[in-house]
Design a binder for this molecule. Structure first.
Ligand code: URA
Length: 266
């Protein structure tokens, strides 16, 4: 029922009450019903609803070539939301983000700083359907998909965003600056700290990028270990969903050490 309909019903009930009571229409204040205002987007939304809409979406041309849309996956109260570019072939065939070679490296990068899509991260992309031949997503495709990312962010409320690669970083920050200049610096996106780093595919192509990527990851962990705006240090491994046994002793940058675990990955 809309606010106007509620107002009419109340006026009718008043009229009936006046009629049954005194038989005369009484003086009344005007009703002000303000529940026609747009609701808090996250209030009635859910990750499942977004995923369903993503799977049915035809808002841009990428829907024509997709096998499976890739809404994203992870925990519902993550410490970190990882945002990539768009699904590749493996993601398009499984409907899951970052499951190919780059995805396996991403999982190792995250694990090196005690992050994991099963306990304290959510992983998604700026476009949810695979661009043909893995080309960069185009502006209109990113724009058409943006409301899904916005809704996911509004629900997830991560402590930080990690953008991997040029495309998601430029898209979220609205800049044309290159990733090598943007990486390793904290920005803000809608009030959420955002750290860009290299895409794992870039690390697979160029071993020399692993060390700076590791520096970025250590920065992210140091940030996550610092008190939040309420002065609390959130549980390291599991975000807001409780602790996970065996990883609760993680104690920040120093325990990562200076040896670069990404050097081992290929
Ligand atoms: N690369 C991305 O940017 N996203 C994926 O989901 C997979 C590969």
């Amino acid at each position: 029922m809309t606010g106007d309909e509620k107002k009419q019903l109340l006026q009718f009930l008043d009229l009936a009450s006046d009629f049954l009571g005194t038989g005369y229409r009484g003086e009344r204040e005007e009703y002000h019903i303000d529940d026609d205002r747009p609701r808090d987007v996250a209030g009635s939304d859910s990750l499942e609803a977004i995923a369903e809409e993503v799977r049915a979406c035809q808002a841009c041309k990428l829907c024509q070539g997709r096998h499976k849309a890739v809404p994203g996956e992870g925990v519902s109260q993550p410490l970190v939301m990882v945002i990539g570019e768009g699904p590749g072939a493996d993601e398009d065939s499984t409907g899951r983000p970052f499951v190919g070679r780059a995805g396996q490296l991403l999982d190792k990068m995250l694990a090196a700083i005690n992050l994991d899509r099963n306990t304290n991260c959510f992983i998604a992309n700026v476009v949810k359907c695979r661009p043909p031949n893995n080309r960069d997503p185009e502006q209109d495709e990113i724009a058409a998909c943006a409301p899904f990312l916005q809704r996911q962010l509004a629900l997830l409320k991560p402590r930080a965003i990690l953008t991997v690669g040029r495309v998601p970083t430029q898209a979220l920050l609205g800049t044309a600056e290159g990733i090598s200049r943007l990486r390793g610096r904290f920005f803000e996106y809608q009030g959420i700290p955002l750290l860009p780093t290299y895409h794992p595919s870039a690390l697979l192509r160029d071993e020399g990028l692993k060390r700076p990527a590791w520096e970025d990851l250590k920065q992210l962990r140091a940030f996550l270990n610092s008190p939040d705006k309420d002065g609390r240090i959130p549980p390291h491994a599991s975000g807001a969903v409780g602790s996970v046994s065996g990883v609760g002793t993680y104690s920040g940058t120093s325990s990562i050490g200076n040896t670069d675990p990404l050097e081992e990955q290929n």
